[in-house]
Write a protein that binds this ligand. Structure first.
Ligand code: GLU
Length: 330
């Protein structure tokens, strides 16, 4: 359509000549522009939701290098992926409007695996949606809504590698993973003779090390590896033999029960109204993965005060073994 015709059409729409097609006058749905626009709810005064609504921005920590879940598009600069879509669904439930309107109200910050607990505890973000496995160690530091997806740890090798087929095959091999991840801890437990002395902050650095032949394998969640294979289809393959369960949660300040309930309610609504599936299909689905049944959210009872998060610059983190190096050693 030509620009003149497009302008004319939008003028007709806003003159109300096409019923129901124009933005609402209701101040609560200000800026909305589509049939899926939601009204902004009113929240109790002292809640995190009210504070975010008043601020006008939802601050979210996510990954910037994980294709399919959280990736900074090198051309547009937009952050894209399933975790990003989950954050937008939450933003829409707080601010109302359409999912596109809500997307503009989310401020994304890169949070690599090792800093997630510390960033939540510092209050630098309202929540973290970053392929973030819910586990008991982390529950001592932060709380989790969800899970909204369950991944499994797998192994990525060079395309022509036919010797590594399972986690035990990693014994005696050089294996790369990320500091502060469950992946590093799990591989150390299940393949204690694996050499994990090369580890990084980001999985893309592990992929580079595999491509350069500095390691024999990369291990982390299957869906993260899928994103790396999507970027390098001629170089890598996933073994497709998962050996853990990784339920992804939304990390928030420990003890913020009202916010956690709200997030869990919002996830359940998204399961019901199809927006969770839409988010999945438009991201992970693009790699040929069919949307699974969404997992039941776990409304566990959170007890006690948060313990201080360990210093991420130190060589250990709640889920990284003390022997994991903070920087590549070769
Ligand atoms: N899901 C795992 C974790 O939270 C591995 C992926 C990641 O490092 O983000 O540690």
């Amino acid at each position: 359509m030509s620009r003149t015709r497009a302008v004319l059409l939008s003028m007709l729409l806003c003159l109300g000549l096409i019923a129901g097609a124009c933005a609402s006058d209701d101040p609560e749905v200000e800026g909305t522009n589509g049939p899926d626009a939601q009204e902004a709810p009113e929240f109790a005064e002292d809640t995190t939701m009210a504070a975010i609504q008043q601020r006008g921005t939802l601050n979210v920590g996510t990954k910037f290098d994980q294709n399919l879940f959280g990736l900074k598009n090198p051309i547009t600069g937009n952050i894209e992926g399933f975790d990003v879509e989950i954050a937008k669904i939450i933003a829409q439930a707080i601010f109302g409007g359409t999912i596109e309107d809500a997307g503009e109200k989310v401020e994304f910050t890169e949070t690599v695996s090792a800093v997630r607990e510390a960033e939540i505890q510092k209050g630098s973000v309202d929540m973290i949606v970053a392929t973030y496995t819910i586990n008991d160690t982390r529950k001592g530091l932060v709380d989790f809504a969800g899970p909204y997806f369950v991944a499994g740890q797998d192994i990525m090798v060079a395309k022509d590698n036919d010797t590594i087929k399972s986690v035990t095959d990693l014994n005696g091999k050089k294996v790369c993973s990320v500091q502060g991840s469950t992946s590093l801890k799990n591989v150390q437990e299940q393949a204690p003779q694996a050499d994990v002395s090369i580890s990084f902050e980001r999985y893309t650095d592990c992929a580079d090390a595999l491509k350069a032949g500095r390691v024999d394998a990369v291990t982390t969640d299957n869906v993260i590896l899928l994103g790396l294979v999507k970027d390098n289809p001629d170089d890598f393959k996933v073994v497709e033999n998962t050996f853990t369960s990784e339920p992804y949660g939304i990390g928030i300040t420990k003890g913020d029960q009202a916010f956690r309930d709200f997030l869990n309610d919002t996830l359940e609504e998204a399961y019901e109204n199809g927006s969770w599936e839409e988010a999945f299909d438009s991201t992970v689905g693009q790699a040929g993965v069919e949307a699974p049944e969404p997992p039941a959210v776990d409304r566990y009872s959170s007890t006690g005060e948060a313990s201080p998060a360990p210093d991420p610059s130190a060589s250990t983190s709640p889920d990284a073994s003390p022997s994991a190096s903070a920087s590549p050693t070769t």
